[in-house]
Design a protein around this ligand. Structure first.
Ligand SMILES: [Zn+2]
Ligand SMILES: [Zn+2]
Length: 94
């Protein structure tokens, strides 16, 4: 059903780090475009999916390096300093 279009998106690690935020936001936009052609309850589902994708783009992908929970920086695994900003990037910024 309609959920298939964003369960695929859970595998953001398939994309290069530099493109992950953009990919998530593009997918959110696709959901919002699709809403035009839908009726309830699909509209609500797509709206929720879009919001979740944006949330993920802002909080679950490092805005500097693109790492994620499932693809942490190496060799020392990083952790979140704040949503969307990891410990390795904080170290590099000094
Ligand atoms: Zn980072
Ligand atoms: Zn990191």
């Amino acid at each position: 059903m309609s959920t298939e279009m964003w369960t695929r998106d859970a595998v953001i690690e398939d994309y290069p780090r530099s493109e992950r935020v953009k990919v998530l936001l593009d997918q959110a936009n696709e959901c919002l475009d699709d809403i035009e052609h839908k009726v309830e309850p699909q509209r609500s589902e797509l709206q929720a999916a879009a919001e979740e994708l944006v949330e993920n783009a802002l909080t679950r992908v490092c805005r500097v390096c693109g790492c994620t929970d499932n693809d942490a920086c190496q060799p020392t695994p990083c952790y979140w300093i704040e949503p969307g900003f990891c410990s390795k990037c904080e170290d590099e910024e000094g």
